[in-house]
Design a protein around this ligand. Structure first.
Ligand SMILES: Nc1ncnc2c1ncn2[C@@H]1O[C@H](COP(=O)(O)OP(=O)(O)OP(=O)(O)O)[C@@H](O)[C@H]1O
Ligand SMILES: [Mg+2]
Length: 379
């Protein structure tokens, strides 16, 4: 047996639509023109917008719309685009033109509430036409997105501040390293040299006074040797802190030094390919470029298991391009979180600090390549 169909419920579409309009949490409105307008080829749109901005009026709004504008519905009725966009008529006209050109529009606009406060509004707007194709007005649904927009702006600002802080910290660190390197080199180096001279002087004194025993001579020699070794260590620490080649001979030589050092310590075959005409870079940029290559090579020796790495420094147009490509295990940079890969973050920040960009390409099993593009002024 077939069950009886339910009785159709009586409903009145326009009453439901009216209820929908009244109760919606989004602002709904109609803005109609005093007279329909032509909008198409051959129309002087600027002149037409003059008319529209004075003669298109708010004719119907819902309570949510009044709430957005912090006013009553009555106060909104009759207002024109000129009233709504007093603070930026040009932006208002651009928006209207785009709406009338396309017949509909989705946009985020900066508006003023009737109490004068600023708000960001995200909305959808649709034109109405008469039977002759002329625009009679438009309908809109809009929502106050001020909080969301402000949060995004604040986030963006705090990112910028963090970036500036990172750049500043790096600069300080570089200055600090340079200072410590110089002090270690000069102070410790001189102290050791002085010790050596003292030792030689003592030896000479002893020889004058008579015969020096074999055992004393041996101690002399061993102390001298240890001082020499210590001097070598001092020199190495100082140059690791701040390779003096970078200051004395420039970036090209410093990179050569890095490459030699990496191949000596890792046993990986490291090749270097440099431009014919190597540009002289400002100190700050040179030191960023150097540190980027240094970190990239450290990563290769620490993580890649590569047998070969190609370092290149090229010039292309107004930029220098640094590359470090290995044939190791590779990795997917996207899978790393910023908190655990400070080396990569540091490289990226250094590239940004020079006005450049860093690209990391890696595929598991196919090696990793790092490319940094830094714009340089022609010198
Ligand atoms: N050339 C490479 N080959 C393979 N894996 C790499 C390479 N470079 C980086 N990685 C991977 O990316 C990770 C992040 O590198 P990153 O330099 O940021 O940090 P780290 O070297 O681990 O530590 P540090 O902060 O001391 O540099 C590494 O732990 C490694 O897993
Ligand atoms: Mg690292």
């Amino acid at each position: 047996m077939q069950s009886a169909l339910p009785e159709p419920i009586e409903f009145n579409t326009s009453a439901l639509l009216e209820a929908f309009f009244e109760r919606s949490q989004d602002g709904f409105f109609f803005m109609m023109l005093d007279q329909p307008i032509e909008w198409g080829p051959g129309v002087d749109k600027d002149a037409m917008l003059d008319y529209v901005f004075a003669h298109q009026r708010m004719t119907k709004v819902n309570p949510a719309m009044a709430k957005q504008f912090r006013t009553t519905r009555e106060a909104l009725i009759g207002l024109t685009p000129n009233d709504f966009f007093q603070h930026d008529v040009a932006a208002g006209r651009r928006g209207w033109r785009a709406l009338f050109d396309a017949g509909h529009r989705h946009s985020i606009t900066n508006e003023r509430r009737l109490d004068g406060s600023t708000m960001w509004v995200e909305g959808d707007y649709m034109c109405f036409y008469d039977s002759g194709g002329r625009i009679t007005g438009h309908f809109g649904i809009q929502r106050d997105v001020t909080d969301r927009t402000r949060a995004a702006e604040e986030l963006e600002q705090s990112r910028e501040e963090l970036r500036a802080l990172a750049a500043r910290l790096q600069a300080i660190r570089e200055e600090e390293r340079t200072r410590i390197a110089r002090e270690i080199h000069d102070e410790l180096g001189q102290a050791l040299t002085a010790l050596k001279l003292d030792l030689a002087w003592m030896g000479a004194k002893r020889t004058k006074g008579g015969r020096t025993s074999e055992s004393l001579r041996a101690i002399d020699e061993s102390i001298t040797e240890r001082i020499d070794q210590t001097m070598e260590i001092v020199r190495r620490i100082a140059s690791e802190l701040r390779p003096s080649v970078l200051d004395q001979l420039g970036l090209e030589a410093a990179i050569e030094y890095l490459v030699q050092d990496a191949s000596r310590h890792s046993g990986i075959k490291v090749t270097l390919d440099t431009a014919q005409e190597f540009p002289r870079l400002p100190d700050e940029i040179a030191s960023h470029a150097f540190r980027i290559i240094q970190e990239a090579l450290t990563n290769v020796t620490r993580h890649s298991k590569a047998t070969r790495v190609d370092v290149s420094v090229r010039r292309a147009g107004g930029a220098i391009i640094l590359g470090v490509a290995d044939n190791g295990v590779g990795f997917t940079p996207g899978s790393l979180s910023g908190l655990h890969s400070l080396g990569l973050v540091g490289m990226r920040e250094r590239a940004l600090a020079c006005g450049g960009v860093l690209m990391v390409q890696g595929k598991p099993g196919e090696g990793t390549s790092i490319v940094v593009t830094i714009p340089v002024k022609a010198s």
